[in-house]
Write a protein that binds this ligand. Structure first.
Ligand code: ATP
Length: 468
C-alpha cells in the first residue's frame, strides 16, 4: 500500500479542510463537519471502511440507515430520469470495460492530476491544492509550499487491475473512473433494442473509482463512489436547446429533494476549465461546511465520444434522420451527479438542533419524507402492549421501511427517531386497546393525531406519496 493510502487515516479525511477549488470563496455552511461525521458514525449512516484496521483513505461504508438514504436518493433519480420519461432508457453495465475504451475516451492519456512529493515526510499532495495549506507533518505546521517538494508531475487517476492468470500489459484493465463510457459503446445496441430515435437518452447508476491523490472532506472526495449519469443524444442543431433543458431539469430535481435554494447555485465553467471533451459545462454546487462545491456537472460533450469510439472500434455509430435522410453523429449532453456527494449534502442540509418548549434540546435530521431512511416507527407505550404493536409493525413493514422500538421512555424514543429523521412515530397506548386508534406524531411540528389503526396504512401512504 502506498504511503498516501495508508498513513492518512480515513478519520483525517473527515476534518473538512477546504478543497483548493473553493479558494476565493469564504462562504461556508455553519455546521461543523466533526458534528456530522460523529452523528453519521454513531447512528449508522456512514463510517470509515475497514475501521478496525484504522480505515483506508478515500473509502467509506454506509450503515443500515445510510444505505436506505442512498437507495431512496437513487430511486428518486431513476424515477425522475428514466421511469417518468419516454425519451430516456436505463442500463446497468459492467464496471470493467475493454481497455481500448479508455484509450478512445482519452483517459489513458489525459485523466491525471498534477502531483508533488515532499522529500522530508514522503507525503504526496495535489500540486494545484497546496496553496494556503499547511503540512500536516511539519512540527510548526509550515506551509506545504515551503516544504522540500519534488517537481510537479502528472499522476493518472485510473485504478488499474489485472485480468486472468498471467500478468503483462495485455491483461491490464481499469476500474471505470466514470460510468458513461459503456453508454457510448452500447449506444447502437440500446438504441436499436429499445427502438429509440435521436433525440433520446441512456441513463445508469453505478460505482466509479478514482485514485484521488488527496481524498478528503468525508465522502466528498472518495476513491470509490457512485455516479448517476445520463447521456442525451441529439442532432447538432439542437444541442444548445437540450443543454438548457437538462440544466433546468436537474436544478429542479435538487430543489425537489428539499434543499433550501440558498444552499444551491449553478456555476458555468470558464473556457480554460473545460475537460478535454467538453464544449460547455455548468456545475450545480452546494454550500458545504467546506465551501461551495460541485455535486453535479451538466456537460455538452459534442460528438467527441461517439466519434472517438467509431475511430477506435471501427464500428459506425452515426445515425440517419428518417425524414431528411441526413447522416450525422449525434451530439451528447451529459448530466452527471455524485450520489455520495448529494447524500452528504442531504445530511448537511438535514441537520438541526432545536430547543423545545420544555427547554430540552433535540437534534433533528429533517430529511424530506421520501428520502428519510425510516418512514415510521411503532412504539408501544409499555412492554405489556408489545404484542399488538408488533402486529401493526408487521403489517406496515410490507409497505414501507418501518422500525419498531420498545426500549426506554417515550420521550427518549421520540428523540432517537428525530435524530435519524423518521417523519412519523406511531404510539400504541392503553387506550388503543379500547378505541382501536394510535397516536401519530409528526417529526417537525411534533403535532399528534389520533388515527384508527384500520386507516393507518392509508394515512401514511397519503402523506409519504404527497411528499415525493
Ligand atoms: P471534481 O472537480 O470535484 O474532482 P469532477 O469535475 O472531476 O469533480 P466529474 O468528472 O464531472 O467530476 O464527475 C461527475 C460527478 O461525480 C461530480 O459532480 C461528483 O458529484 C462525482 N464525483 C467525482 N469525483 C468524485 C470523488 N472523488 N468522490 C465522490 N464523488 C465524485
Amino acid at each position: 500500500m502506498s504511503k498516501d493510502a495508508s498513513d492518512s487515516s480515513a478519520r483525517s479525511d473527515a476534518k473538512g479542510e477546504g478543497d483548493a477549488t473553493d479558494e476565493g470563496s469564504r462562504e461556508r455552511h455553519p455546521l461543523a463537519m466533526e458534528t456530522l461525521v460523529s452523528l453519521c458514525a454513531a447512528r449508522g449512516f456512514i463510517y470509515p471502511s475497514s475501521e478496525i484496521y484504522g480505515g483506508i483513505a478515500g473509502f467509506w461504508d454506509y450503515g443500515p440507515l445510510g444505505v436506505e438514504l442512498k437507495n431512496n436518493l437513487k430511486a428518486a433519480w431513476w424515477r425522475r430520469m428514466v421511469r417518468e420519461r419516454d425519451d430516456v432508457v436505463g442500463i446497468d453495465s459492467a464496471i470493467i470495460s475493454h481497455p481500448r475504451t479508455w484509450e478512445a475516451s482519452g483517459h489513458v492519456e489525459g485523466f491525471s492530476d498534477p502531483m508533488v512529493d515532499c522529500r522530508t515526510c514522503k507525503r504526496r499532495f495535489r500540486a494545484d491544492q497546496i496553496e494556503g495549506e499547511r503540512c500536516p507533518e511539519a512540527p510548526k505546521k509550515r506551509a506545504i509550499s515551503d516544504c522540500d517538494l519534488t517537481e510537479s508531475r502528472e499522476f493518472n487517476l485510473m485504478l488499474r487491475t489485472e485480468l486472468g492468470a498471467s500478468v503483462d500489459e495485455s491483461t491490464t484493465a481499469y476500474l471505470r473512473p466514470e460510468t458513461c463510457q459503456a453508454i457510448f459503446s452500447g449506444f447502437k445496441r440500446v438504441r436499436e433494442s429499445a427502438r429509440q430515435k435521436v433525440p433520446f437518452g441512456i441513463a445508469q447508476i453505478g460505482k466509479a473509482f478514482r485514485n484521488e491523490i488527496t481524498p478528503r472532506n468525508f465522502t466528498f472526495r472518495s476513491r470509490e463512489f457512485e455516479q448517476a449519469e445520463m447521456e442525451f443524444f441529439c442532432h447538432p442543431s439542437e444541442a444548445e436547446h437540450w443543454f438548457e433543458h437538462w440544466r433546468e431539469f436537474r436544478l429542479q430535481f435538487h430543489k425537489d429533494l428539499g434543499f433550501d435554494e440558498r444552499l444551491l447555485r449553478t456555476r458555468p465553467h470558464a473556457a480554460d476549465e473545460l475537460a478535454h471533451y467538453a464544449r460547455a459545462a455548468e456545475d450545480i454546487e452546494f454550500l458545504f461546511p467546506f465551501g461551495w462545491q460541485e455535486i453535479e456537472g451538466i456537460h455538452d460533450r459534442g460528438d467527441w465520444d461517439l466519434s472517438r469510439h467509431t475511430e477506435y472500434s471501427g464500428k459506425e455509430l452515426a445515425v440517419t434522420d428518417e425524414q431528411t435522410k441526413e447522416r450525422f453523429t449525434p451530439m451528447v449532453i451529459e448530466t452527471s451527479v455524485g450520489i455520495d456527494r448529494t447524500a452528504l449534502a442531504l445530511l448537511v442540509a438535514a441537520y438541526r438542533q432545536e430547543t423545545m418548549e420544555n427547554g430540552e434540546e433535540r437534534t433533528v435530521m429533517g430529511f424530506h419524507p421520501s428520502l428519510a431512511p425510516i418512514k415510521a416507527t411503532v412504539l408501544p407505550l409499555s412492554k405489556k402492549l408489545a404484542e399488538r404493536a408488533r402486529a401493526i409493525h408487521r403489517d406496515l413493514r410490507k409497505h414501507f421501511n418501518v422500525f419498531y422500538d420498545e426500549a426506554g421512555n417515550i420521550g427518549r424514543r421520540y428523540r432517537r427517531q428525530d435524530e435519524v429523521g423518521t417523519p412519523y412515530c406511531v404510539t400504541y397506548d392503553f387506550d388503543s386497546e379500547e378505541d382501536e386508534c394510535v397516536t401519530v406524531r409528526e417529526r417537525d411540528s411534533m403535532n399528534q393525531e389520533r388515527i384508527p389503526i384500520a386507516g393507518l396504512k392509508r394515512y401514511l401512504t397519503e402523506r409519504l406519496e404527497e411528499a415525493s
